[in-house]
Ligand binder design. Sequence first.
Ligand code: GLN
Length: 537
Amino acid sequence: MSNSTKYVFVTGGVTSSLGKGIISASLAKLLQARGYSTTIQKLDPYINIDPGTLNPYEHGECFVTDDGAETDLDLGHYERFLNVPTSQANNETTGRIYQSVIEKERRGEFLGKTVQVIPHITDEIKERIQILGKKGTFDIVITEIGGTVGDIESLPYVEAVRQMMWEFENDCIVVHLTLVPYLAAAGELKTKPTQHSVKQLLELGVQPDILCCRTEHELDLTLRKKIAKFCNVSMNAVIESRDAESIYDVPLLMQAEELDKVVLEKLGLHSRSTPDLTVWKSFLKRLKEPKQELTIGLIGKYVELKDSYKSISESFIHAGVANECRVSVKWIHSETLTRENIHAELEGLDGILVAPGFGARGISGKIEAVRYARENNVPFFGICLGMQCAVIEFARHVLGYDDAHTTEIAEDSKYPVISMMEEQKSISNLGGTMRLGAYKCQLKPASKVSKAYKTESITERHRHRYEFNNAYLEKFEKAGMIATGKNPETGLVEVVEIPSHPWFVGAQFHPEYKSTVDNPHPLFVAFVKAAIEHKNN
Ligand code: GLN
């Protein structure tokens, strides 16, 4: 094997939403399964520093890494496919790149030179592409360029790719993802958009090595030949990427098209033995042959855009497979739930999950959903704001604290059972007060959570400002809601449970960020198992 890190750039043409993230993750999976340590990076051309302050309706879920980076949801796919944690370096944005260049300018690092897109911004981009390579842990770094080729915002990124292709000639390739649409009226697949999009790349000085063609129908030999000829790529580098039933099918579809083989060939790497995908294949088999079906209600306020809860819905797929069942998620808008309609709306669900979130909208519906689950012994899982709602609900209806609330929503509540810790209050920058990333948590022996994890010491990722107010802990525990997980350093409550309930767990952290195909998350697995038991009783 060559000593230098290899770089694979993935660009997209014709239209957005072609699934660059899934193609990148699938290619990485195949290379990893051949024994190459591989990571994936996403470069987002928007000017926000990170998606942390973005409304989920804009870009879907904000994914959080161990080191506390708020990142694009594609990083979730990378982790779920590869089972290797990502970090801040795996996600860069134009905002971060400009911020860093401007800070360098203020420090005088450019020695009085005029600071320009080329070379200063492009140098910064190239440096950030190589950070992961320089770590020395990865043989191959796949860098996904967000947006569509031709967008004004992505020009500096394509230019950085062009320069790297020139500087590291033997260590870089470009995989271009494009669309081959089917025109029903003509009854034909059309290659013109692909030709145009490759032309656009060529105008920017980049010749793609491999074309991944998204299509709804088979790309026959004639079409492949035509694309190869017009786009200057070899025949075996025209890869068909058909719509798949599940994103988890894509690695196998790409393997059938020999994408990994062609990539290795072009990078000058040996194609070591065939990829070992035993675990993956057995996951897929169980995914497609579930023994039963469950319905779990997901109560949230962004349910119109399911990408807002991407990691949660994927966690249910993993946990379903682990339990040999299919979990169908019923998306329920918290704003529509009231005391009056709650029975009608939630009846028949096998489990209830109250989702994370920020702000007051829909909070009363979430609290009603918790109450329904608690009073009717329906398995309940509250995540972050969902856990906080469980605490508020318990305070109001079990402890009798009428106006109990979180200070996020009711600053003058008489019973601030969820509140901001003193140290956090002084930090005012948006984003600055957030507890982000991995923290340790110690679990109580014999609790439902320690049984699920099969250990008492865990690490989970956080993204929130408010915390359980420990001034009330004794009252809660006496009344039957127990803190079964605590931060060993700060004593902050990380998990609450009601032991007298069949399965009632609230977690201040976000378990969904750590569920992968190889390691379905233990809390989701236990929750789904409890839902099966509830259903079968
Ligand atoms: N809004 C709550 C807080 O900041 C919960 C955040 C979340 O659910 N991610 O503490």
